[in-house]
Design a protein around this ligand. Sequence first.
Ligand SMILES: C[S@@+](CC[C@H](N)C(=O)[O-])C[C@H]1O[C@@H](n2cnc3c(N)ncnc32)[C@H](O)[C@@H]1O
Length: 237
Amino acid sequence: MWRASILTILPEVFPGPLGASLAGKAMAAGAWSLDVVDIRAFATDKHRTVDDTPAGGGPGMVMKADVLGRAIDATATDERPRLLLSPRGAPLTQARVESLTRATGLLLICGRFEGVDERVIGARSLEEISIGDYVLSGGEIAAIAVIDACVRLLPGVMGAPASSAEESFAEGLLEYPQYTRPQLWEGRPIPEVLLSGDHRKIAAWRRAEAERVTRDRRPDLWAARHSGARTKPAGRE
Ligand SMILES: C[S@@+](CC[C@H](N)C(=O)[O-])C[C@H]1O[C@@H](n2cnc3c(N)ncnc32)[C@H](O)[C@@H]1O
């Protein structure tokens, strides 16, 4: 079973959306498990302090290396990847998500305040990972995003095995537009080709649309495809 452990000072946030829909059903079916570790339980003073003022001065507070180190040591008793959610981290990609699903699970550390004492990042070999170029107030929402992206790729979780192969990023392309009934809505028809029943024509149309959307919306992805710089989604040849 794929095992996710989350270290947080806000354990009450979980499972949140991870307990609903696809992820929740997969958890109930035993495809994955979640354990939530309260970092405060590893504080030693009576106020259960997890943060202190930044060395050198400045605003905010910093999560303490000693408390977090103990929490990690008690939880990371196996070889699962240890990720620290951080806006300074490597941007999460679908290729990285795929590789995380091939591990036995993962350990996610949610930062708060101004961040985490740098020494614990090095000493516990934490990989910093970001879910985008913006700043959240804590790592909890980012942890939910990482786990949700992983869980839907676990074997047996998504309905059709082809679902993920055609999704955005699968081949360095965004997905083609989708439509469903009614055939005409507010004067807007479903493109004729999708109703033709001609699977080759439909596949060609979808490919061309995926390329158009990628070129228009994500010139960075499009350029990477053509420079050969694109990271191949792990496991796809
Ligand atoms: C207010 S943020 C700290 C921001 C930090 N002072 C900086 O400027 O990089 C508090 C915590 O939220 C989480 N966080 C914020 N933005 C994130 C992002 N884009 N991706 C992942 N985690 C994020 C991290 O765990 C971070 O330690």
